[in-house]
Design a protein around this ligand. Sequence first.
Ligand code: 13P
Ligand code: SF4
Length: 303
Amino acid sequence: WPFFAPTIKAINELKQVRNAVILGHNYMTPEIFHCVADIVGDSLQLAKVAAKTKAEVIVQGGVHFMAETSKLLSPEKIVLMPDMKAGCSLAASITGADIRLLRQRYPGRPVVAYVNTSADVKAEVDICCTSSNAVQVVESLGVPEVIFVPDQYLAKNVAAQTKVKIISWAGACEVHERFTAEELIRYREADPSIKIIAHPECPPEVVAVADYTGSTKGMIDWVKNELPGRVLLVTECSMADNVAAETKGVEFVRPCNLCPHMKRITLPKILDSLLYMRDEVVIDPAMAERARRSVERMVNLTM
Ligand code: 13P
Ligand code: SF4
């Protein structure tokens, strides 16, 4: 990416000066993913790295709830968001007060929160999960019924894989809910050899059409291992761009959908973030203490 070269160079130099690490979610654009991120991965991988890194500063290449998770697991570190407006439709769909109401309505049921939630929500729940460990987390509680928030589709996809009954919330990922089974079936009819790989935030009818469903890491690993001739990644657009560099010979078929929140993170904003040490993610310490427990329970379970 010659156009970006000076910004990439400046970011990589400033990282050393600041003793900073850049955590890049798999949905970052390729110039971030390949050229400045120190660690890339899915939500669970990034949470684990945030808990362990020796750097003094974490720059979150991802959305706000991910930066909060990093801060929860590394409270002594400075966690920077290149754009504070990088939110998430799932995280925006529920508050801590909603969890308290759910507990009143369904007393005695433990609450599992997808990591795509605010620290306010994490502080009210029993344990967190990501798309890669949701079934394991739900079953770890050893109860017949759990409340699972906020993704209604992930909840349904988890329910299909476990005997545990799931009470869900009505949230949805604005990127994954837009895919339909009909459009995927049309691609399959046009080319029966095509592989369709979906994220579990997609509606169950979409998952039913897929050859494999998993977290962003799971999807990347699947493509790298299977090296299909043609593959359709039913997820955010940058995934295919990022994997393509390491999977020569695989043709990535569109459609894909862009996440407007993830796309707020750009190289110039990462550079500004390191230059001016902004914007720092701050969480009320009492809330953080409770929210950290929910995230740590998950991380300890899936170490
Ligand atoms: P994972 O990377 O954990 O699969 O999550 C996908 C996602 O939508 C993050 O916002
Ligand atoms: Fe949220 Fe969906 Fe964007 Fe992920 S892809 S940050 S779940 S809106």
